[in-house]
Design a protein around this ligand. Structure first.
Ligand code: CP3
Length: 347
């Protein structure tokens, strides 16, 4: 059993820093694009055998230290009655903007509506047979609300921020419903065999500190406390939030995932010793030459050198046009730290 990822989540000593990559299954892999020629994205997510195939693809190429179940953060919202399409980004059949629409969203057991996610996790665990741990995931309530209110991905998510200031109680009600549904959804994944879970707060960085604490952090805390009896590590990823690090560190998670904007040693000082950190190579580094990828990766690793509890990752999801050779260079740089101390790169 490769348990370096789980050990790092718990801040236990490891032989080398574990590595996985956010969005590691996806369009930068030719075999993923081939799979998508055969089947549309939603069918891929909803067919356990195919979702497991997508999860396994990056692991066949790269010796990564964790796998993540193949799905999307928006998909479990079908349990609330929200219909959507992907092309490739999500589009809701109807944006949720009024108090009446929010009140009409009623949490339902994930096991009834998205049973395929549990089935896929069970199958993935069986296929991996202990080679790597399996991560389950969900979107954080504010990030999900940003899509639900806007109806699609849109820079700035103005509709959600407008609702926040015009009708804060309506947004809060939506966030509470999402927190209940996501707690149930993560419990389903853990009970199916997910050995850690990650909560993606991709759009938390759109908020100032006070708004973040009320509208993004509070519902994440509710989810994390609803998972405590399951006893698996929880990773909370906050994108675009250098100003939110101290607040985000109080979510109750075991690991704080950081975007690429803050140096990890700076973040480590700010959060104190009680949290593991995950990240945070800028995804665009992977468009540089392999030598530069190795140098930049060594720089990130060097910032956490000697501190227990680092999971190497990008600072946001891997981009669709990323060259395979860059991922290989990243893996190599991380593996190299097993035998020789990371050197502080010269800038
Ligand atoms: O390996 C993995 O991590 C795959 C599972 C996964 C997907 N989406 C598959 C996917 C995960 C963990 C996600 C998370 C997700 N989805 C987030 C949080 C992470 C982040 O990047 O901030 C967000 C915001 C979404 C919403 C979403 N879904 C967008 C914006 C898009 C379109 C553009 C894009 O980023 O790819 C999707 C579609 C989607 N989700 C694809 C994949 C592989 C592409 C669909 C296709 O094959 O056409």
């Amino acid at each position: 059993m490769n348990d370096r990822f789980l050990r790092a989540c718990r801040r236990e000593p490891v032989d080398r820093t574990p590595l996985w990559i956010m969005r590691q299954a996806g369009r930068y892999l030719p075999e993923y694009r081939a799979l998508r020629q055969q089947v549309d994205f939603l069918t891929l997510c909803k067919t356990p055998e195919l979702a497991v195939e997508a999860s396994l693809q990056p692991l066949r190429r790269f010796p990564l230290d964790a796998s993540i179940i193949f799905s999307d953060i928006l998909l479990p919202l079908e349990a609330l009655g929200c219909q959507m399409t992907f092309n490739p980004g999500p589009k809701l059949a109807e944006p949720v903007r009024t108090r009446a629409q929010v009140e009409a969203l009623t949490p339902r057991p994930s096991a009834d509506v998205v049973p395929f996610v549990g089935d896929a996790i069970r199958l993935l665990r069986r296929e991996l047979d202990g080679r790597t741990p399996v991560i389950g995931f969900c979107g954080a309530p504010f990030t999900l609300a940003a899509y639900l209110v806007q109806g699609e991905g849109k820079e700035g998510f103005g509709a959600a921020k407008t609702l926040l200031y015009r009708e804060p109680a309506t947004l809060e009600r939506l966030l509470e419903t999402l927190a209940v549904q996501m707690t149930d959804y993560l419990r389903l994944q853990i009970d199916a065999g997910a050995q850690a879970v990650q909560i993606f707060d991709s759009w938390a960085g759109l908020l100032g500190v006070d708004e973040y604490e009320r509208f993004a952090l509070a519902p994440v805390r509710a989810i994390v406390s609803g998972l405590r009896d399951r006893n698996v590590p929880v990773i909370y990823f906050v994108n675009g939030g250098p100003h939110l690090i101290e607040s985000a560190a109080t979510a109750g998670s075991d690991v704080l995932g950081l975007c690429w904007r803050t140096p990890l040693d700076d973040a480590a000082r700010r959060v104190g010793p009680g949290l593991a950190l995950q990240g945070n190579l800028d995804p665009h580094v992977l468009f540089a030459e392999p030598d530069e990828v190795r140098r930049q990766a060594a720089r990130v690793l060097g910032r956490m050198h000697g501190r227990p509890g680092h999971i190497m990752n990008l600072g946001h999801g891997i981009l669709p046009d990323t060259p395979i050779a860059s991922v290989e260079a990243l893996v190599e740089a991380v593996h190299r730290t097993a035998t020789q101390p990371a050197v502080e790169a010269t800038a």
